[in-house]
Design a protein around this ligand. Structure first.
Ligand code: PLP
Length: 411
């Protein structure tokens, strides 16, 4: 039977599958499937995957979670297993406020923290709150493809601003702002950026805030990898430099676990309030069980302890990947050197089509994400993202070797 036919009566008489796609809303055509494709590799055992930004399972605090879950079910099952307030449980909001105070030196009122279902929901809420069809939204080029999808899904006109070794090129931003309609916002990942692993220098952070203040441009700062630096403290967060004009979006997926799907948003009160209202139209509330676990995990000092070993693990894996790239890659291939986070960004000679090569790579047992989905235009066809976070050192060497063979043949 053809794949698009169904045997409704179980009598071997195939009926053509009904086609519902004519009913789809216009925005459905805007949704890519890149993230679904990456997540589908999450459970794969027979491929070395450098594709997703998956945290290493070794960092999951299984014993602590077991104990905390048991304690909180004994003490507070009525709250943990119930619906929760849209803005988040008080204990979770307080825990986030405490984390921000400890790591960014800013005291925020817990009442001004919005708890979200992961970083991606925070982005969705922000886009839902701010973006009308045709609005101009600026992002780094390249940037997190989930953010491009969130803004494009609300029909924004998403435009990339170049980055270099020191992060976003602020002079290029000024040039972009001098032309066309004023953008609604600029989305940026200042620390160990997805997909390049590069960070925004302190000098540029200050220059960026100054330019945005002058142009009355809202900054959206995504701090997904901020706590995963290899070499001590990061430069000040943009939100700590200008809390009145920066919405900060964070996620617990990389520093706790994605299994609870939790994140946060803080920033100008009016924006966070509107995002809270938007959440009523999304999932209404984030899961209480995960929020209570996260709050107890943070206030019990477990996160600070686990992060020390997590950073060391990711640093070893990053080192293994850089060593493997140096050892195996053919002439003409270059890559970034991250000092935190999960990613290395690789540039092959211009004629190499990394999207076309991805299926050959998968047949050779190695997966990566091709470069183009990280851009808002046609760029990136000879680039690709490698994540070292979930593969062990032996697999990293073997996977890079396979990729090098492929790129050698393509070059
Ligand atoms: C920069 C960035 N922001 C947000 C997210 C999404 O976070 P979450 O998985 O918590 O939705 C990711 C995930 O890969 C990311 O890389």
């Amino acid at each position: 039977m053809p794949a698009d036919a169904v045997d409704l009566l179980g009598e071997g008489a195939p009926v053509p599958a009904l086609d519902w796609s004519a009913l789809f809303a216009r925005r459905t055509a805007l949704a890519g499937n890149e993230l679904t494709a990456i997540l589908s590799l999450a459970a794969s055992r027979d491929i070395i995957t450098f594709a997703g930004g998956f945290p290493a399972p070794e960092t999951f605090p299984v014993d602590v979670i077991r104990e905390l879950t048991s304690n909180l079910l004994d003490a507070d099952a009525g709250v943990a297993l119930q619906y929760s307030p849209t803005e988040g449980l008080p204990a979770a909001r307080e825990a986030v406020a405490g984390l921000l105070q400890d790591t960014q030196g800013v005291r925020v009122d817990p009442g001004d923290v919005l708890v979200t279902s992961g970083g991606i929901e925070a982005l969705q809420l922000l886009a839902r709150t701010l973006v009308d069809p045709g609005d101009r939204v600026l992002v780094e080029a390249p940037t997190y493809l989930g953010a491009i999808m969130a803004f494009a899904g609300f029909e924004a006109d998403v435009e990339g601003v170049p980055i270099d070794e020191d992060g976003l090129c602020v002079d290029e931003l000024e040039a972009t702002l001098a032309q066309g309609r004023p953008p609604k916002l600029l989305y940026i990942i200042p620390d160990h950026q997805n997909p390049t692993g590069l960070s925004l220098s302190e000098e540029r952070r200050r220059a960026l805030v100054e330019v945005c203040r002058r142009h009355h441009l809202l900054l959206v700062e995504d701090v997904a990898y901020r706590e995963l630096g290899f070499n001590g403290s990061a430069p000040p967060s943009l939100w700590s430099l200008a809390p009145d004009m920066v919405v900060q979006i964070g996620t617990f997926s990389k520093i706790f676990m994605p299994g609870v799907r939790l994140g946060w948003a803080v920033g100008p009160a009016a924006v966070v309030k509107a995002m809270t209202a938007a959440k009523q139209n999304s999932d209404q509330c984030s899961g209480a069980l995960g929020q209570m676990l996260m709050a107890r995990y943070l206030t019990g000092g477990h996160m600070a302890r686990t992060l020390i070993t997590a950073r060391a693990l990711y640093q070893r894996r990053a080192g293994a990947m850089l060593d493997a790239l140096t050892a195996h890659m053919p002439e003409g291939v270059t890559w970034t050197r991250p000092d935190g986070g999960f990613f290395v960004w690789l540039t092959a000679p211009e004629h190499v089509d990394t999207r076309a090569l991805a299926s050959r790579a998968a047949r050779m047992g190695v997966a990566y994400v091709p470069g183009t989905p990280f851009y808002t235009d046609a760029r990136g066809s000879n680039e690709l993202r490698l994540s070292y976070s979930r593969a062990d050192e032996t697999d990293i060497d073997e996977g890079v070797k396979r990729l090098a063979t492929l790129l050698g043949e393509a070059g």
